[in-house]
Design a protein around this ligand. Structure first.
Ligand code: SAM
Length: 278
């Protein structure tokens, strides 16, 4: 897929109408998009720069931009809830997903995080995605393929239970493990075996009991340095002269993120780990 340059066939393009409604089309030679303001011919868009305006047959203006990652994941079909983009950003940076990294994620769900991981590791990296539900893996495969224009060679989607995964399945230990599943604390022994010493584990959980179980589970393994937990709040602002103020509405809660680094084999955590209070 093209990220820049003039529009070309195969591009996923977002058209914004005068009422700021979005319509997404995939450009094809000779294609036509039908609106209640008349037809828009794909050939009128192909070759234009991004940010151009095309006219429908009845003269209505449509602004054209390529679909960005955020547009894609928030509009794509899904079987499971996706990692919200503000949390994806945290996972990529705090999880230190570097170019060339070997990453394992579970579950793949709808493939939103998968796409971001694949972009971050680039061609020299690898992403192994485990998903226990066949229907969810189907959504992930379709969404990843739709984004990249086919399944990337360095993506390894697997149908199965994370608990059954071994280092043979991933061709050696991985640099990073990202878990977005209901009960990640049940899989910490598996993660310890799969992750290199110094590797980063991040989990994405939505409720307070899940957060507590994950933190206590990580401490209980004795295989990770003291874990951290946080959430990210994102509040948009309406900037209009003297009426400038925060937006009334926000997605106040999406999930908690938990972060931990694997210790070398045989090392016990050097600092006393915090104990759970009952
Ligand atoms: C919230 S979804 C993941 C969404 C995904 N991160 C995304 O951004 O699109 C959680 C997924 O974990 C899968 N899952 C749960 N337990 C699992 C296990 N033991 N092994 C593999 N996948 C599992 C579920 O089937 C579900 O699809």
């Amino acid at each position: 897929m093209a990220y820049s340059g003039p529009f070309q066939p195969g591009d996923r393009v977002q058209l914004t109408d005068p009422k700021r409604r979005h319509h997404t089309i995939v450009l094809e030679d000779g294609g036509v998009f039908f609106t209640h303001k008349g037809e828009i011919h794909h050939d009128d868009i192909i070759g234009l720069d991004e940010g151009s305006v095309v006219l429908s047959q009845l003269g209505s203006e449509y602004l054209c931009f390529r679909h960005l990652y955020v547009d894609h994941v928030l509009s794509m079909p899904r079987g499971a809830a996706v990692v919200y983009p503000k949390d994806t950003a945290q996972i990529l940076v705090e999880g230190d997903i570097f170019p060339g990294a070997r990453v394992l994620e579970a579950g793949a769900g709808s493939g939103a995080l998968t796409i971001a991981l694949l972009r971050a590791v680039g061609e020299p990296g690898e992403v192994h995605s485990w998903e226990i539900r066949e229907d969810h893996l189907g959504f992930a495969r379709e969404n990843v393929a739709a984004y990249f224009g086919g399944e990337p060679d360095n993506w390894h989607p697997h149908l199965g239970d994370l608990g059954d995964v071994t280092v043979e399945d991933t061709g050696g230990q991985v640099d990073r493990v990202i878990l977005d599943m209901v009960e990640p604390w049940h899989f910490l022994d598996t993660v310890r075996d799969l992750l290199i010493p110094g590797g980063v584990l991040m989990t994405y959980v939505t409720t307070v009991p899940q957060l507590m179980n994950t933190m206590e589970g990580i401490r209980g393994t004795g295989s990770f340095a003291e874990p951290r937990a946080w959430e990210t709040l994102l509040r948009e602002w309406r900037v209009e002269g003297k009426a400038t103020r925060p937006e009334h509405r926000m997605n106040a809660h999406t999930a908690f993120l938990v972060w931990a680094r694997r210790l070398a084999d045989g090392v016990t955590p050097p600092h006393p780990q915090r104990r759970a209070r009952r």
